[in-house]
Design a protein around this ligand. Structure first.
Ligand code: NDP
Length: 296
């Protein structure tokens, strides 16, 4: 079997296009959604993410507000900026780029964001809404994974799903989303016994671990759908001294020989994260004004 490649880049481009259409309709009603991104410090990877987010925000016709604070900014300064953005009517979504410098309490910052503007879906109120089946803002990466899954299999009910990883930003919300689709969900982690056996039971296998190519082809049930969330930079001596390449948490070629569909890395889940951030900003903008969320 050779798996269908789930093209996250193409899906994300289509989603952004539909979001841009909906933003255009809102503009006709005098509404322009705005996304504020807060970056503390000079971490190069975070700077690239923030630049990409701002560019894509503008491309879909939303307003982008960038707030850069030095790495020496105090926790009080960050909290005060978040509170200012909470109160700003032009801001519909607030994203605080993680990781924050060590002297800042990340959880405190997350809990200071107004849940109605929490487009990352990290606030305990939104995590609780997801768990209790109440509409809320859902963490972007797992939401992107679900959209990709449904693009190849719209009805997931009754399927056995295994999520490897139990972080608050990926593993746990992913498990909740799959449960809401009536999958039978197993969440595996570093203390799971016989992980390959657990994975082999999965009709849907989501790997969100952060370990390069850990999930081997013989862990994959024939015909399973494999979603690889991992982004791992590894040495690539073939390309030259000191060069690197990005691989997922799944040994792609091995798994693709067994699965029915699989996301590549790069070009799978990665592009969906920012597209879902824009989707959440649109949703937050509509909800704050009592408007129905357009079907994007
Ligand atoms: P975390 O480090 O927060 O969580 C990793 C999880 O994997 C933990 O639950 C951990 O278990 C589990 N784990 C670690 N080692 C093993 C092992 N040997 N066997 C089984 N489980 C293991 O990572 P994140 O959830 O933040 O991210 C996971 C991956 O996804 C990373 O590669 C990250 O870069 C990527 N990512 C990609 C995004 C995208 O846009 N595509 C967005 C966010 C993340 P335990 O809890 O027991 O420690």
């Amino acid at each position: 079997m050779s798996a269908q490649i789930i093209d996250g880049k193409a899906y994300a481009a289509g989603l952004r296009q539909r979001i841009a259409g909906a933003v255009g309709d809102l503009a006709g009603r005098g509404v322009t959604p705005g996304l504020a991104v807060v970056l503390v410090g000079e971490d190069p990877a975070s700077q690239i993410y923030v630049t990409n987010k701002a560019r894509q925000t503008l491309e879909v016709g939303m307003r982008s507000f960038e707030h850069k604070l030095p790495a020496t900014a105090s926790e009080a300064e960050v909290l005060s900026l978040v509170q200012k953005l909470n109160a700003d009517p032009a801001v519909d979504g607030i994203l605080v780029q993680l990781p924050l410098p060590k002297h800042i309490d990340t959880q405190k910052v997350i809990e200071t964001v107004d849940p109605a503007k929490d487009v990352d879906g990290f606030h305990p109120i939104n995590a609780g809404r997801l768990m209790t089946g109440v509409p809320g803002l859902v963490s972007c990466t797992p939401l992107g994974c679900l959209l990709l899954l449904q693009s190849v299999k719209p009805d997931l009910a009754g399927l056995d799903a295994v999520v490897v990883g139990r972080s608050n930003i990926v593993g746990k919300p992913m498990a909740q989303l799959l449960l809401a689709q009536s999958c039978t969900v197993t969440v595996a982690h570093s203390r799971t016994k016989d992980l390959p056996d657990v994975c082999r039971r999965a009709d849907i296998l989501v790997a969100a671990v952060g370990r390069p190519e850990m999930v081997r082809g013989n862990w994959v049930k024939p015909g399973a759908i494999v979603i690889d969330v991992g982004i791992n930079r590894v040495p690539n001596p073939a390309a030259g001294e000191g060069k690197t390449r990005v691989v997922g948490d799944v040994a792609y070629a091995e798994a693709a020989a067994v699965a029915s569909a699989i996301t590549p890395v790069p070009g799978g889940v990665g592009p969906m994260t920012i597209a879902c951030l824009l989707r959440n900003t649109l949703e937050a903008a509509c909800r704050r004004r009592g408007l129905a969320m357009p079907g994007v």
